[in-house]
Design a protein around this ligand. Structure first.
Ligand code: ZN
Length: 319
């Protein structure tokens, strides 16, 4: 189990050489049926998940008035002061995230305010769409832990063609790359969620039992079909999927101990990258079908205190 999870976690290291087997699916982005074209929305009649919304507008840091805005002081014949260097050259624009980077390489730009806005792009096969409630929960968790003056929005308009099948990690990577439609920029950091029909490659012990897999700097996949058999036990499909998507987001945000060493001893040594705390969404079983044996009722779908402390350290530069 440890090796399996580690491999799933370190998919970036384990899998990137595998070549996509099938032709990458293409993404169709149906225009929003109505409403402003640029308003992100959740397809399929669900409530809109686009909510830069009620995240209270972060108080903008008070910008000091530029020094050279002060009226020139009369100089009594003295030589005029050397021109104040004008508002020091604008700071360089932040470097956009490399969406092709490895897992855990982008948690700081995702958590810190340098790149101000976040978009969660969700591309799904027909029948694998995530509900508006699941996506609202995911966006809400990101809002809670990241400093995002530009807000967090969801665009779930993307569609992925293809049938129910088994997916190798190479297939998943290929379809993820092919379906990205929102670019990483200096203003916007994108989390890319791919929702696929079927299941991961059953001959690959690293991912065979996975419901979700985080595998890139900003990307994870979720397999909603896999929760059907568990839904009755665990409070319904959405209750499981809410937990799975936040768990995978947590890995993108470097939980647990991915690229830093927590001051709090909460990593499960048998499941590297996961929390020992079974009330945390970062508990190892959340992302696998083992969830059915370990929980009754809805599994945890929010970060635990130790996770939140780690995220605060990553957000503020302590880690
Ligand atoms: Zn995990």
């Amino acid at each position: 189990m440890a090796a399996m999870t580690l491999c799933a976690l370190l998919a970036a290291a384990c899998g990137p050489t595998s070549t996509p087997v099938d032709p990458p699916s293409t993404v169709a982005v149906p225009g929003a049926p109505e409403g402003p074209a640029d308003e992100p929305s959740v397809d399929g009649g669900d409530t809109t998940a686009a909510a830069p919304a009620d995240a209270p507008p972060e108080p903008a840091p008070a910008t000091p008035a530029p020094a050279d805005a002060a009226p020139a002081t009369p100089t009594d014949g003295a030589p005029p002061p050397a021109a104040t260097p004008t508002a020091d050259a604008a700071p360089p624009a932040p470097t956009p995230i490399d969406a092709d980077g490895p897992l855990a390489s982008a948690c700081r730009p995702l958590l810190q305010p340098t790149i101000p806005a976040r978009v969660i792009e969700v591309d799904a096969q027909a029948g694998a769409e995530l509900s508006g409630a699941v996506l609202e929960h995911l966006a809400g968790q990101l809002r809670q832990v990241a400093d995002t003056p530009g807000g967090v929005t969801v665009d779930a308009s993307g569609r992925i063609d293809g049938d129910v099948r088994e997916w190798t990690l190479g297939d998943i990577r290929a379809v993820e790359a092919a379906s990205r439609s929102i670019p990483q920029t200096s203003d916007t950091a994108v989390v890319h969620v791919v929702a696929l029909r079927g299941q991961p490659d059953q001959s690959d012990p690293g991912i065979a039992s996975s419901i979700g897999i985080a595998f890139g700097a900003t990307s994870f996949v979720v397999f909603p079909d896999r929760v059907d058999d568990l839904a009755l036990l665990l409070g319904g499909a959405d209750a499981i999927l809410r937990a799975v998507v936040v768990h995978e987001l947590g890995h993108l945000l470097c939980l647990v101990n991915l690229s830093y060493d927590s001051e709090i001893d909460h990593e499960d040594p048998e499941h590297p990258g996961h929390s020992r705390d079974d009330t945390s969404v970062m508990f190892h079983a959340i992302e696998t079908t083992a969830i059915g044996q370990l929980f009754q009722g809805a599994p945890p779908s929010t970060f635990g205190d130790a996770d939140l402390a780690d995220l605060e350290g990553l957000r503020t530069g302590r880690y």
